[in-house]
Design a protein around this ligand. Sequence first.
Ligand code: NOJ
Length: 762
Amino acid sequence: MKKKIVTLCFIFLLCNINAQEKRGGNKDSKEEIKQKVASLLSKMTLKEKIGQMNQYNGFWNVTGPSPKEGDGAKKYDNLKSGQVGSMLNVRGVEEVRRVQKIAVEETRLGIPLIIGFDVIHGYKTISPIPLAEAASWDMDAIKKSAEVAAREAAASGINWTFAPMVDISRDARWGRVMEGAGEDTYLASKIAYARVKGFQGDNLSAVYTIAACAKHFAGYGFSESGRDYNTVDVGTATLRNVIFPPFKAAIDADVKTFMNSFNELNGVPATGNSFLQRDVLKGEWNYKGFVVSDWGSINEMIEHGYAENKTQASAIAVNAGSDMDMESYAYVNHLEALVCSGKVDVEKINDAVKRILTVKYELGLFDNPYLYCDEKREKEEIGSAKNQAEVLDMAKKSIVLLKNEKQLLPLPKKGQKIAVIGDLAQDKNSPLGSWRIAADDNTAVSVLEGLNAYKGNKISYEKGVVLAHGKTDFTLETKINKTDRAGIKEAVALAAKNDVVILVLGENGFQSGEGRSRTNLDLPGLQQELLEAVYKVNKNIVLVLMNGRPLAINWANENIPSIVEAWHLGTQSGNAIAQVLYGDYNPSGKLPMTFPKSVGQIPIYYNYKSTGRPKIPAPNMVFWSHYIDETNTPLYEFGYGLSYTNFKYSNLKLTKTYFKKGENITVSCTLTNTGKYEGKEVVQLYIQDKFASITRPVKELKGFKIISLKPGESKDVSFVIDEKLLQFYSANNKWEAEKGEFTVFLGGSSKTVLEDNFKLIN
Ligand code: NOJ
């Protein structure tokens, strides 16, 4: 009996500790937080308020050009006088505690700092780049991956990530496509929601969750010619129907912050854009979180030719709704005078500060400013076995099988002589991808290591050609090897005496990401030459691609029997790739972005408009919408991806052929696994609104389901279509579904295989 009581007490104690851990610092209701914020605000001087709107970079990582004012000594002085509300790029419990201590103990009001960091796809344990994760179409896995990132970052003192990037992009030249969810608004909206939920969880003040940030508001993914930071000019229909919805989805997930953007939008820089920030975000959408500027983007309005000087830039930004200044040193230096001279209403300052303080309260920072500073947790959490297992799972789910003609894959596990060729095969850094600032260099499992973990075959390796010389970083392009062919001969000789060649080619981990736009989408450097040379002596090639964006690999598609899209998959890269190549995991990823045949086709995307001349009117007639030197069709379409098994779609059924607003119909089909392996298929639903008050795309993704089937098994898969699913921002300047005819399509990619029509009537 005594023993039982002791055990019960122990369990109770454990649960209690656990519950406290999970709860974290803040237990206040929304109303209580509101009152606390109001009370604190009433005690603050104007200078202290402006301080809360000021964010400084830390002392090491720089993720943008450094401003002149950015010297360390001044930062410390400002910290002490309460003129800093947030810091970015400070990380690790020790360092965070050091700056937090100054804010809490040495300033008059002791307001804690909110510590921001670009936790884009993992903190130290790195998951696949976001574009790769999007290829999984698996919202649970994506949410879990964000949870891992949040847990590790939170254990390292960070309480705010500048993610997710929810910019839609149709331009693979833009390096930042690696950071987003691809080209489709529907898929990206689901992913935005999952990522925010993953970072923030259900309790923001828990010690393992951090605030998220939907960025970059708005239009950044439409930078002209895919050149980063370039001009953006898009009309209302694209803005409302394509660009905005993922931001709205982030709000639905309760995202705590927004970041504005470097680009101008239709003549007005996003940072100074009142339409975006005041009218839409804080007006129409009634958003209550705060908006941080992008790095130095307040000052950049001068270069844009929109503000004459920093004073004017500060006034424009704050009036337009930018609440926090990241690294422009504009607010801290100019806002006070602007308020005193009446150019900025103090109510705008109060509003911004309220928003910022509210998030700090919600994070639990007022109850315990050191909530995220626990050395023990930092040690245990970072790189834990659980985190490694979860990023491995995400990595496998992100792989897309692009071609498997001679059934080279999966590889037999015994008796094969395999040549592994390519610099990227042994690279332990590139698989970490761009935007992984906290990760230690060379900590990814390389493809070679992953393959060597399987013992049954004889594996030999040759580099072939060096991809880039020296340590790659911000000046990468000058280091890509375009002349040194020294290793090609050895690679060819090795290929000739092996049964199968695994060629690992693609982009260095720093060739995509911010500031890494490209005009070519080929295999960089001498890799194409290497590929063709190897092909001459051995045609049994499995090409494993590692890249941060769609590539135009026409030659490979025509000649190489098996192609695997393995992106930059993070820490567990090599293990994930090896498990897929050996068939221990059957790939099920689908492309979240169209792969073009030629850079000249860009922007290329599946949900294009028909135009008035979509088809050739007569043989050899030129007057229709096309190119004279290339087809209109992509190399691999959006939603495309194979499996080791085959799936058959049949039996499309509609419960009705028409429905009224308030009702719905169900569309279904039968999916059959006709191949030899158990596998997963992403069944995709697309709809076309055939005639509308503004022209509508030829089809739009409107639903998807991941279905798992054993060989020979069939399942019926259904989707409910209601009026909401048919809504768009119409010529009436509102979201509505217009009555009329629609086509519904089902299939395993945007090149769908089944279709039927239905009507929406009054
Ligand atoms: C600039 C990038 O555009 C933004 O996404 C990032 O969060 C900031 N730098 C901070 O590093």
